[in-house]
Design a binder for this molecule. Structure first.
Ligand code: IVH
Length: 665
């Protein structure tokens, strides 16, 4: 194909994919099947791979850069990102209306929006292309999370607009859906990593990941709620702005409503309060805003917040009930955790019958025992927590059980400082059951159709005694399971077979090494490339890896010193389960994590071409030289960046050296 034809084809594919991303992620109305979409994406990836000079930053293939940074750069906001005044009753809203009315001599139209429990972010588009994404930070300076923002699928990398808009800074909320929040916490619990207390923390912790691959896995979403600097387009009303955003590719909330007067505002707030649990993301109130931008100007600002808007916060969802019993459960690494079984109670439309108690110290802190009346609260989490004891009906203290509820072996704290009790019986069947569930789960070996029910049934008929047994299962074994007919058994056989080709990182995660989560698994697989290198790695070698600290290094060494694990790995090997980390299928590896700054003119290529080479090989370019820069590429007449690089001792490449680097790699 001629260059011009390739370029046109790439542009055409990009536009098609953007359109389908918009339909799927922003409007939630997909128009093509997943496989049709995958084909478009694959075609684009292939064309870009063979023609890296045509890769642009806003291409749909550039969402996950794989950048790993140690800190985030600071970004100064184009205008301050303010916060909102809070109110806690409808009377507060009426008072607010009285206050703002004084300066306005016309009827005020309002717009109300659910207040999303996430974290605010600013997204700057230059000539329609996404350039910089940042967190709110202190309102004046935020953190540069551009690469992480790019992984959020319902954020357009290019505006779907024909108009020329030189600058468009939207502001909005990065959030996580309730369902995804719950799934994330379940997984973190399995990994024994700290759970997130609420969806806001989850969104913030996920967006501010140093490794963009982790952010990409976290299923974040974005809703537009305001704007900063905009050039080249004018809006009269907020409702117009929201509509515009919707048309150029953003997701906007479904429950936004224009209200003709304050009475309608009050009614609508209360109506939203009623349905808050039906909204798929966590909403902690309603934001009431004046719709007209002209009136907003008149009403003005305090130095912290606009006077033309106010947040109405929903009351906390609390209820009292009785503790029926305190049960214990065993996790896959033997941790025994308590769970309170409650007299069922209705909490804003949901029947609650159990509450989490993170550890036995929590029971002591609450001075809780069976029979007590407790105040419970739901704060984003589906499983509520016990806030305090409100009626002490029990006598004496809850006694930490001495034995594992499953295998009856003694449970212990491994060190004095530990808060967790563990069953240390390596053959505890509850632990093995949970390890199997983890092994086959989506983020581990991802064996579709291998759920808890299948695990339980196979355990019952003694078909699973090690992970390796999964790969010796036969079609006839599966036909023994409830509700399994030919098609279902075939599908599961295929899913098992397919999982043999998983990259090493998935297998490492699936093994369930204590403290080794998905991120550490990726890092280890990337570093050691095959399981034997990892097994043979010394503690020192492990500690030399940035992301691996002493606890992890010890845990890894400890795991591979266990003969049973080594035996299982050998069995898996013999059954042809892949034990290597493939070089990534795209060519993003060689310059991964490397930051380049270009200065001066290059003789044989344009700056854009050089940037594209770097990008296509997994590196990134920034405009300023700092300690974090890996290479400065200096052409003719380099500027002050050259000097800065010399001062900081950054490696400077001339054009020839740069070309050698990109060719050789
Ligand atoms: S409008 C001047 N609309 O709430 C700020 N904010 O407590 C204009 N938030 O920092 C923001 N949902 O991050 C607006 N529908 C919504 C919102 C919303 C959540 C956040 C926002 C803001 C915080 C203030």
């Amino acid at each position: 194909m001629q260059d011009i034809n390739i370029k046109n084809k790439i542009e055409d594919l990009k536009q098609q994919i953007r359109h389908h991303d918009y339909q799927y992620y922003s409007l939630e109305e997909p128009k093509i099947s997943d496989s049709e979409y995958d084909n478009l994406l694959k075609e684009l990836q292939n064309l870009e791979k063979n023609n890296p000079e045509f890769i642009t930053k806003d291409s749909p293939t550039q969402r996950v850069s794989g950048t790993v940074s140690s800190t985030f750069d600071k970004v100064e906001h184009l205008s301050p990102m303010l916060s909102l005044d809070n109110s806690y009753s409808t009377d507060d809203i009426i008072e607010w209306h009285e206050r703002i009315k004084k300066n306005v001599d016309e009827d005020i139209e309002f717009i109300i929006e659910p207040k999303i429990d996430g974290l605010s972010a600013s997204l700057v588009y230059v000539n329609g292309s996404f350039e910089i994404g940042s967190t709110r930070g202190d309102g004046k300076f935020g953190e540069d999370v551009t690469e992480n923002i790019k992984t959020i699928k319902n954020i357009p990398l290019k505006l779907l607009s024909e108009e020329n808009i030189p600058k468009f800074e939207v502001r909005g909320e990065v959030y996580i859906n309730k369902k995804d929040f719950q799934m994330l916490n379940e997984r973190l619990l399995e990994e024994e990593t700290q759970k997130f207390a609420n969806p806001r923390n989850a969104a913030s912790g996920s967006l501010r990941q140093k490794n963009t691959k982790i952010t990409a896995e976290r299923k974040l979403s974005f809703f537009v709620h305001s704007f900063g600097q905009v050039e080249g387009i004018d809006f009269q009303k907020h409702s117009q702005f929201i509509e515009f955003c919707r048309n150029v590719g953003f997701a906007v909330q479904k429950d936004i409503k224009v209200c003709a007067d304050i009475n309608e505002v009050i009614k609508s707030i209360l109506a939203l309060q009623e349905i808050r649990d039906n909204i798929p993301y966590e909403v902690d109130g309603v934001v009431v805003k004046v719709n007209s931008y002209k009136l907003r100007k008149i009403i003005g600002y305090t130095n912290k917040s606009p006077k033309w808007a106010i947040a109405y916060k929903f009351p906390a969802r609390q209820a009292t009930t009785k503790v029926l019993s305190i049960k214990t459960q065993v996790g896959r690494t033997g941790v025994v955790t308590p769970l309170a079984s409650l007299e069922p109670v209705n909490l804003s439309g949901v029947t609650i019958s159990s509450a989490t108690l993170h550890n036995f110290d929590e029971i002591e802190r609450l001075n809780l025992n069976t029979g007590d009346d407790v105040l419970i609260e739901r704060a984003g989490d589906v499983i509520p927590k016990i806030v305090k004891v409100v009626g002490k009906n029990s006598e004496g203290f809850f006694k930490v059980p001495l034995n594992c509820p499953d295998c009856n072996s003694k449970i212990i704290k491994e060190t004095e400082e530990d808060v967790l009790y563990r069953c240390i019986n390596p053959t505890c069947s509850a632990q093995f059951r949970r390890s199997l569930i983890h092994f086959v789960s989506r983020d581990a070996m991802n064996i579709d159709g291998f759920g808890e029910v299948v695990v339980d049934q196979l355990l019952k008929i003694n078909k699973l005694t090690t992970f390796a047994d999964i790969y010796s299962l036969t079609f006839d074994d599966l036909m023994l399971l409830d509700l399994f007919k030919e098609k279902k058994a075939n599908n599961l056989m295929n899913a098992i077979l397919k999982s043999k080709d998983n990259p090493l990182s998935k297998l490492i995660f699936a093994l369930g090494i204590r403290h080794v989560g998905e991120k550490a698994s990726l890092v280890l697989a990337g570093k050691f490339k095959n399981i034997d290198n990892l097994i043979n790695a010394t503690e020192e070698e492990l500690l030399n890896i940035n992301e691996i600290g002493p606890v992890l290094a010890k845990s890894i060494k400890n795991c591979f010193s266990n003969e049973k694990i080594i035996k299982t790995i050998n069995q898996l090997k013999a059954l042809n389960v892949n034990m290597t980390e493939p070089l990534q299928t795209n060519s993003f590896v060689p310059l991964e994590n490397k930051t380049f700054v270009l200065t001066g003119e290059l003789a044989t290529m344009s700056r854009k071409e050089a940037e594209n080479y770097i990008l296509s090989l997994g590196g990134k370019t920034t405009s300023a030289v700092s300690k974090k820069t890996d290479y400065v590429v200096a052409g003719e007449n380099p500027g002050s960046k050259f000097k800065k690089a010399e001062e900081l001792g950054i490696k400077i490449l001339n054009e020839q050296e740069f070309k050698e680097l990109i060719n050789e790699k």
